[in-house]
Write a protein that binds this ligand. Structure first.
Ligand code: ARG
Length: 480
């Protein structure tokens, strides 16, 4: 039977080959195309193809001259992609076929040798692994910049005191430095999760073929080391089926974003007139189109809002892969949009959060006034009794009665004399004024991880050292 051609929109021909006699229905073409999003993989795809072509030449599977021609053509296409001149064609479905078709235009029929021993299944798995490696480094760098800002703002505010909250009720006073270093810690674990995921991206998928390897003597170690992997993956079926590391990176992004969302929520609350703890810089705020007096915290609100996308993206891909049999299934093409979105959203949110925190103004007096209520030190009174040998429950009960007395009589807790205190418990051996001195209270909280000045100062120094170390390590990584 005469073979009908299967033309793409640019007059190029699809690569399905002799099995097909009819052109793809235009609706199906549109429905199945991924080029509008997987073009983000272009540079990884070309790197993979160059490594593959060189290996084919070195292994004697194609003539050396052909390998050279393929590499030269691919390098030319890489430039076209960088400069935005590459003519992406939706009729050619995805990035892999777009590049191969363009290579045919560039180097002629020899382009037909590139796909020797390769499938788009191991090809896309390789592209994704390389993309995810870069994404893990980019996330660590973004997190590092935000952490660096937090440390420097913390260093400025070691002596700025605000109430620490539980249940959004004033609980005990803390230093603003301590508060910001709390986010520093969370972000450190977030970065650790990305570094950890990168450990599972050390094996090269190329050579797994469609699902079962190849009859050709491909040198998988050669392509793996050319692409910077430690070696080839160990099971061809797993290689083309698995999307767990993509899921892991999306989960890491979702966790980090949820943390950023909490941080953002606080900036929103703190910048309200009710709190008045901070003022966001003009550069990181917006006005109202109607109310001239308004200065809105849209940036942290959007960070809070966008965390929903990161969570949704993760759930979307988890749901996509959950019912899939081994090995490759076309459903898996749905991995890319949510993945790319999570990576880009996280990058942007980290950047604007770093800018917001770096530029916000702290209202030290408002914070201090909110923290000055002596009631916030009621626990200190109970602990003073404990030091005098009183069981904590008994001390708690006595101080509870003291607080109730102050609430009822309107007396200032800090003003109670030793005599008054002793009416509630005989073990009080000083007046509340001494026991409730804020500075002394801080100084007494001298435990690892607590709010004493020396501890917080040391934490700032340790954080700076940590930042320097990570910066040095990440500078050594190639990455995006
Ligand atoms: N665009 C496809 C994807 O992203 C590439 C792999 C296609 N493989 C196939 N057998 N149809 O998943």
């Amino acid at each position: 039977m005469a073979k009908k051609s299967n033309p793409g929109q640019n007059g190029t021909t699809k690569l399905w080959g002799g099995r097909f006699t009819e052109a793809t229905d235009p609706t199906v073409e549109r429905f199945s195309a991924s080029i509008h999003f997987d073009q983000a993989l272009a540079r990884y795809d070309i790197r993979g193809s160059i490594a593959h072509a060189r290996m084919l030449g070195r292994s004697g599977l194609i003539p050396d001259g052909d390998a050279d021609a393929l590499v030269a053509g691919l390098e030319k296409i890489a430039v076209e992609i960088e400069t935005g001149e590459f003519p992406f064609d939706p009729a050619l479905e995805d990035i892999h076929m777009n590049i191969e078709a363009r290579l045919t235009e560039a180097v002629g029929p020899v382009a037909g040798r590139l796909h020797t021993g390769r499938s788009r299944n191991d090809q896309v798995a390789t592209d994704l692994a390389l993309y995810l490696q870069d994404a893990c480094i980019a996330a660590q760098r973004g997190i590092l910049e935000l952490r660096a800002v937090l440390v420097e703002r913390a260093a400025e505010h070691i002596d700025t005191v605000l109430p620490g909250y539980t249940h959004l009720q004033r609980a005990q006073p803390v230093r603003l430095a301590h508060h910001w270093l709390a986010f520093f810690e969370h972000l450190g674990r977030d970065a650790g999760r990305f570094a950890d995921a990168a450990e599972r991206l050390r094996e090269c998928p190329l050579g797994a073929g469609a699902l079962a390897g190849s009859t050709l003597n491909l040198d998988r170690n050669d392509t793996a080391s050319a692409l910077g992997f430690d070696g080839p993956t160990r099971n061809s079926l797993d290689t083309v089926s698995a999307r767990d590391v993509a899921l892991e990176v999306m989960a890491d992004a979702a966790i980090c974003m949820v943390g950023l969302s909490r941080m953002a929520e606080e900036l929103v609350i703190w910048s309200s007139s009710e709190f008045g703890f901070i003022e966001l810089a003009d550069a990181y705020s917006t006005g109202s189109s109607l109310m001239p007096q308004k200065k809105n915290p849209d940036v942290p609100e959007l960070v809070r809002g966008k965390s929903g996308r990161a969570v949704g993206n993760l759930v979307s891909l988890l749901t996509t892969v959950k019912g899939l049999p081994l090995s490759y299934n076309r459903d898996m093409q749905e991995d890319k949009e949510p993945l790319f979105d999570s990576v880009a959203t996280l990058r942007d949110c980290l950047q604007v959060m770093a800018g917001s925190v770096a530029t916000l103004r702290v209202n030290v007096d408002r914070m201090a006034a909110a923290a000055s209520d002596p009631m916030l030190l009621a626990t200190d009174l109970a602990e003073a009794l404990v030091l005098g040998g009183v069981p904590f429950r008994e001390a708690h009960e006595a101080v509870g009665r003291i607080v109730a007395h102050c609430v009822e009589s309107g007396e200032d807790l800090a003003g109670l004399s030793q005599k008054t205190l002793q009416q509630f418990h005989p073990a009080f051996n000083a007046g509340a004024d001494t026991l409730l001195d804020a500075e002394q209270s801080f100084a007494r909280r001298d435990l690892p991880g607590a709010t004493a000045r020396v501890r917080v100062e040391a934490a700032v120094e340790a954080a700076r050292t940590e930042i320097d170390g990570i910066r040095e390590r990440l500078e050594g990584e190639s990455g995006p």
